[in-house]
Design a protein around this ligand. Structure first.
Ligand code: M6R
Length: 361
């Protein structure tokens, strides 16, 4: 049942305010400015001994894991990184007892992720799951974890589950941070930011008509570049994946600072750039990248907190706490991919060559 929407993708994009509300519900503890995560199965003493966090997932879940790693590193000050589960599996990784492993999956059935979890457990590692489907294989195999509560996701391309997974990571980061060195003040600040998310997502969804008009101008492109810096880079990766999956436009994502190390050679009027430009301490650096692109006559669509003079179009999103901005900046680009693909007559819910869950090697 699509509930009045033409596609599941559109339905699922629209459900995000409610979905985010669900992942937050019942978990915030205002008394201690932290969150409770019932199924985590990690007591505070153990949480203090973690030396490193390694996040594993595929596709969109890997991208959510990249943002998760930066949230954890930022709030809990635990070194953290994310890696595609299949890469991890095949490189005979060093499995370290002081590392906490986190498997991320919407379906909970992705074979590469499941196999990585089983291998880690065989070697005695502690593995948590950040999973959407309750009772799925990865959820059952993990020692504990955080359910994402995005609700059923039918469309092959993941949208609401990506957003909810990142929010689940923000909760985990806050939880670990408050057991370690994150201050009460910062805990409160993050909680206030989290509470603002559903209404801010609602506000972004209201700009759909404007995004649709912008998408019409890019729909004929052969290829598109996506750039972001630090927190913005995983947003660029995810937005470029969305565009590829449903529009079949070639797209690639680069850290903004890497442009000058090669890809700048590609920039010309026929290769538009989508730039993630949050209003944070890197704003001036990001603006400099826009100038470099404009100097080569590249067209620019910015996703930013204020209109960007060098951009041909800016989609303005509401500002949250710096740490939580990536959650909001990806959402207009889901709609951008959607309307670009629609303008090109693509079958949004059934992109060619893809399956909802990849349960084979
Ligand atoms: O169910 P999972 O989250 O484990 O799936 C992982 C990927 O296969 C999935 O995210 C894929 O990249 C989607 N088509 C993204 O839209």
């Amino acid at each position: 049942d699509m509930g009045g929407h033409d596609t599941y993708m559109h339905k699922e994009i629209s459900e995000q305010p409610d979905a985010v509300d669900r992942v937050l519900r019942g978990r915030i503890d205002d008394r201690f400015s932290t969150v409770h995560l019932g199924g985590l199965n990690l007591d505070p003493r153990e949480a203090r001994t973690i030396r490193r966090i390694k996040i594993l997932g595929c596709g969109t879940s890997y991208h959510a894991g990249l943002i998760g790693a930066s949230l954890i590193e930022g709030m809990a000050r635990i070194p953290a990184d994310a890696e595609p589960a299949s890469e991890f599996r095949y490189r005979n990784p060093v499995v370290d007892p002081d590392t906490l492993y986190i498997a991320v999956s919407q379906s909970g059935e992705t074979y590469d992720v499941l196999a990585a979890v089983q291998e880690l457990k065989r070697k005695g590692a502690r593995v948590l799951g950040v999973v959407n489907v309750v009772g799925s294989a990865i959820a059952r195999e993990a020692d504990g974890g955080v359910y994402v509560h995005a609700g059923p996701e039918v469309c092959v391309v993941s949208t609401k589950c990506f957003t909810n997974t990142v929010v689940a990571f923000a909760l985990l980061a806050l939880h670990l941070g408050r057991i370690r060195d994150l201050s009460v003040t910062d805990g409160k600040r993050i909680i206030e930011g989290l509470r603002k998310l559903p209404a801010q997502i609602e506000e972004i969804l209201k700009s759909e008509d404007e995004i649709k008009q912008i998408a019409a101008e890019y729909a004929g492109a052969q290829s598109m570049m996506f750039i972001g810096r630090v927190r913005g880079y995983p947003v660029a990766l995810e937005a470029s994946l969305k565009l590829k999956e449903i529009s079949y436009i070639h797209a690639e994502a680069y850290p903004a600072s890497e442009l000058k190390h090669g890809p700048l050679a590609l920039i010309e009027p026929a290769l538009p750039t989508v730039a993630i430009v949050p209003d944070d301490d890197l704003l001036e650096k990001n603006r400099a990248a826009l100038e470099e692109i404009k100097a080569r006559s590249g067209r620019i669509l910015a996703v930013a907190h204020q209109p960007q003079a060098k951009a041909d179009h800016t989609i303005v999103v509401p500002k949250n706490e710096d740490e939580l901005d990536p959650i909001l900046m990806g959402i207009p680009l889901q709609l951008f991919a959607y309307h670009t693909a629609l303008a090109m007559g693509r079958d949004i819910d059934k992109p060619r060559n893809l399956a909802k869950s990849v349960t084979v090697e």
